[in-house]
Design a protein around this ligand. Structure first.
Ligand code: AMP
Ligand code: MG
Length: 402
């Protein structure tokens, strides 16, 4: 059977970035830039004052000096006329430096007296001036393609007047739950039925990954209806099904996928939980058949689906980097499979400490709720002592208090 790394490698090898689109900059945060962005002008565009103060000629201020005030310039004002020997212009932060001046003296180092200003100390040339192009020069590569757009990138894009931004398209991800026992939330729960929670948890996970979920509801364990629903799901950029993928009598998902022309890339991975996961490709689009157990479906989503969606949406590094966390308590496991162990990570003295989140049985959702990380425990190792470091995948950007 495939190892975790082999299987995930196959998933990533089979998906590629989707197309591009232009979105308003107000909708660009968190998206991945699809083209290099270069500076279309110098920034700042002109020499300007870094302080509220007086623009002067430093040669006039070799020592304490009194200068005649010939102008006032607030931020946004047009630039004052040329400043001549013995004169100064009162200037606000961000205002263009008038011609003839080569320094700004902050208010704190001066005293205004009527129509002149006393400068207390010698002034260095270039003091408190932000020079044209000192931040960015015309033509500079300011944000390379493949960058996730954060507030600083939005600032840079806006500064250069990009009202629209070229980004990779968001993946539209169909989510289908299968199982005769399922009813939708709000419907009456007769004997033997449970709420279809996977559709909602997987939709939330799709959103957390930055993609757009499309809920297809429930398909019973019956091939006809399942075929219709899956065919509908194959129109999306990716399809996720839950349940019906093990070896049970009524586990029809793989069979129906095959009938609809989905090429199975693998079925079964040496992991716990999530062993029966299947992965296929249909017209270049990925299909993930996840196990039905609510914990297994979320963990396999995190380990396989999320990286795939991130790659499809242009992330150059779709895998979340694992962090090292020190075990607060020992863990034992069987040899033979990579275990995804639910842990509660806390930060103590700036270091990640991992506590088990409790019962690791796949039927226990409570300990998934309590977990904020998944320790990835290698297949052959069985004993992990307290104090030992393990690799942890942080979940949903959370590492908090115990
Ligand atoms: P299966 O993969 O079909 O063997 O299902 C494994 C377990 O997950 C069973 O206990 C199912 O009842 C449960 N399950 C399957 N689908 C869902 C779902 N959509 N929401 C919540 N639990 C589910
Ligand atoms: Mg089932």
């Amino acid at each position: 059977m495939l190892t975790f790394e082999e299987a995930r490698g196959m998933v990533l090898a089979n998906v590629a970035p989707l197309g591009r689109e232009r979105v308003p900059i107000t909708a660009a945060s968190g998206r991945i830039l699809a083209e290099d962005v270069r500076a279309t002008r110098d920034m700042p565009q002109w020499d300007n004052s870094a302080m509220d103060g007086y623009a002067v000629r430093s040669a006039d201020c070799a020592g304490p000096a009194t200068l005649k005030l010939t102008g006032y310039q607030a931020a946004g004002d047009a630039v004052s006329p040329k400043v001549t020997h013995g004169c100064a212009v009162k200037i606000m932060t961000g205002s263009p430096i008038p011609e003839g001046c080569d320094a700004v003296v902050p208010f704190e180092e001066t005293e205004e007296a009527g129509s002149s200003v006393n400068i207390h100390a010698p002034v260095r040339p270039r003091a408190h001036i932000r020079f044209r192009g000192e931040d960015v020069k015309t033509g500079d590569l300011v944000i390379p393609a493949g960058t996730a757009l954060r507030p600083p990138e939005i600032s840079m894009l806006a500064s250069f007047g990009n009202a629209f931004v070229p980004v990779y398209r968001k993946a539209r991800v169909a989510v289908l739950s299968t199982g005769d026992e399922l009813v939708e939330l709000g419907e009456s729960l007769s004997s033997g039925k449970i709420v279809n929670s996977n559709s909602l948890s997987l939709a939330a996970a799709v959103e957390e990954a930055g993609a757009v979920p499309a809920l297809l509801g429930i398909a019973p364990d019956e091939k006809e209806i399942m075929r219709e629903k899956i065919a509908e799901g194959l129109k999306a950029d990716a399809l996720i099904t839950s349940a019906g993928v093990s070896a049970g009598d009524r586990d029809f998902v793989r069979e129906v996928l095959a009938e609809l022309g989905v090429e199975q890339i693998f079925w079964g991975v040496n992991i716990k939980p999530g062993k029966p996961i299947a992965f296929g490709i249909n017209n270049g689009k990925p299909v993930f058949a996840l196990p039905g157990n609510p914990v297994s479906s979320l963990i396999t989503f995190e380990m396989f689906v999320r990286p795939a969606l991130r790659k499809m949406m242009g992330h150059p590094k779709p895998l979340k980097p694992l962090v090292k966390a020190t075990l607060a308590e020992p863990i034992r496991k069987k040899a033979g499979k990579t275990h995804f162990f639910r842990v509660r990570i806390v930060v103590e003295d700036g270091e990640y400490i991992a506590w088990t989140s409790g019962d690791q049985n796949t039927g226990i959702l409570r300990t998934m709720v309590h977990a904020n990380g998944i320790a990835v425990l290698p297949s052959e190792k069985t004993v992990f002592e307290a104090g030992e470091k393990v690799d942890v995948c942080l979940l949903y950007q959370s590492a908090g208090t115990k």
